[in-house]
Design a protein around this ligand. Structure first.
Ligand code: FDA
Length: 468
């Protein structure tokens, strides 16, 4: 009987929740943001936000996994493992999971930060109760079925198709550029793919060679006007370089749509982990054969590690710092946390999870408001204003000729290093999406172990700490 009442209550709550979610989703459709509304909404609210009092980011909660002995003891003791992994990001965690679950090998994962998850790490913001990502918004998308199936072993996923708007000339427009972007910015009335192709073709700059840098690449794809309004100012803010100083791949990565598709990614598989990314890492690493050492710099402990094989997922130039080679160049991001208190359960600061600010008059690149992510509820809202900078955590390799040549020299050193494999985005000096990091790690394990990919169904061994 009680069970019956309970399930009625649950059903009623679910119906109410669904109605609320539908209202929430319908509340701020892009089409509501008419030109007039956009101007005041966008510019005024951003300025108000930036002028608010400073709020310092909170310390992220510490995650305890494995044996966290005193670091001094650990440094001084000789330890033996089948596999040593430097870095508890996606690349390191997937390789650790594979060796432990497939080959029953003893693995240590050494991580210098105080948490697992690498740049995918997320946590619940104390003040607002909203789950946020410490190192910038992470949207999962892939075309790779193997990756999709693999990640489902370690988490439930909620379908989510990411949409971004940019504020350009005071108007909210879809990013990547599509028919609506062009119509809104230039007062046009393009309705079909054919018309958009025609328009783009008239705008595009034609070269008699393949684009040699990011300026030529962007001009060849969108022409002068969109280049000056969106591509050039955003690239300068993001990289502190003119697009012509960067390899063509930077602006080649930005999609341009000839239709009405507002989605940021076109991949067939797109979702967010229902319990966050950190819970996935807890599941990946929660295995009796895996020991995780947080707050531990690999370079401080490696002399006393006896490893059958080592996978290094940190920066390749840090590994070879003793050679005196120049350091590789990276761009980093400063995340400024802002809370708007008592905005109301059904209210958000901005219309979308991510709003880009390409124009030169805003001194930041984008604002990420996590309340939108899986429609989280809170009477407050929290967001992070992103500014690109040199120095700090290495996030984006700077792809120009000088850095590419320097990286090749590091690669030559890496090839001579016996028993160490360099893996992941920092060791490869390459921007990887999460799915690329996963497939690289899986395929590397396939190759090194000689095992076939299909022979397992490993799921989490123990309850992740975030769900206890
Ligand atoms: P990662 O950097 O995550 O892990 C390396 C780990 O090694 C780190 O934890 C580091 O602390 C550790 N380490 C380094 N040196 C060490 C040492 N000496 N000793 C011990 N540990 C050491 N992808 C995507 O698909 N969708 C998205 O939306 C985004 N968004 C996004 C935003 C931002 C701002 C960034 C920078 C990146 C993304 N990504 C992304 C990319 C995603 O973050 C990336 O694919 C994965 O983090 C790659 O995982 P790795 O393990 O290779 O590196």
């Amino acid at each position: 009987m009680i069970g019956g009442n309970n399930s009625n209550n649950v059903v009623t709550s679910l119906i109410l929740l669904s109605i609320c979610s539908i209202i929430f989703v319908l509340r701020t459709p892009l089409s509501d943001f008419t030109v007039e509304k956009q101007r005041t909404y966008a510019v005024h609210r951003v300025i108000t936000l930036i002028e608010e009092r400073e709020i310092q980011p909170k310390e992220s909660p510490e995650i305890q996994l494995g044996n966290q002995d005193n670091l001094e003891d650990y440094i001084n003791e000789v330890k033996e493992y089948d596999v040593c992994i430097a870095g508890a990001g996606l690349s390191g965690a997937v390789i650790a999971e594979r060796y432990a679950s497939q080959l029953d090998q003893k693995v240590v994962v050494i991580e210098k930060r105080n948490h697992i998850g690498g740049n995918c790490y997320d946590y619940t913001d104390d003040e607002t109760g909203i789950r946020v990502s410490q190192y910038g918004a992470h949207l999962f998308h892939t075309v790779n079925k193997r990756v999709w199936e693999y990640v489902h072993r370690f988490s439930d996923w909620t379908k989510y198709e990411h949409e971004v708007v940019g504020i350009v000339e005071g108007k909210h427009v879809p990013i990547p550029v599509n028919i609506e972007t062009v119509n809104t910015l230039f007062g046009l009335n393009i309705t079909s793919v054919e018309e958009m192709d025609d328009w783009l073709s008239r705008e595009q700059v034609k070269y008699d060679h393949t684009p040699r840098n990011s300026e030529e690449m962007a001009l060849s794809r969108v022409g002068e006007r969109l280049y000056e309004l969106i591509f050039r100012p955003y690239t300068i803010k993001q990289w502190n370089k003119e697009p012509k100083e960067l390899g063509p791949e930077v602006t080649a990565r930005i999609p341009v749509r000839n239709n009405h598709d507002n989605r940021y990614f076109g991949d067939p598989y797109q979702a967010l982990p229902s319990n966050g990314y950190t819970a996935i890492f807890e599941n990946l690493l929660c295995h009796p054969k895996i020991e995780v050492r947080l707050n531990t710099d690999y370079f401080k402990v490696r002399d006393n590690l006896r490893c059958g094989h080592t996978y290094f997922t940190g920066p390749i130039d840090a590994y070879f710092s003793h050679t005196g080679y120049k350091k590789l160049e990276y761009r980093s991001i400063d995340f400024e946390r802002k809370v708007v208190k008592d905005i109301g359960d059904d209210n958000t600061f901005q219309p979308k999870f991510v709003v880009n600010h390409p124009s030169a008059d805003a001194n930041f690149t984008r604002i990420v408001e996590y309340k939108h992510m899986l429609n989280q509820t809170s009477k407050h809202t929290v967001m992070f204003i992103e500014r690109s900078k040199d120095g700090g955590e290495p996030y984006y390799p700077v792809p120009n000729d000088e850095n590419k040549a320097l990286y090749r020299r590091y690669q030559e050193l890496a090839a001579k290093e016996s028993n160490v494999t360099f893996v992941g985005r920092l060791a490869n000096y390459k921007y990887f999406n999460m799915d690329q990091a996963i497939i690289n790690a899986l395929e590397l394990f396939d190759k090194d172990s000689g095992l076939k990919e299909e022979n397992d169904d490993h799921v989490a061994f123990c309850v992740p700490t975030s769900q206890k």
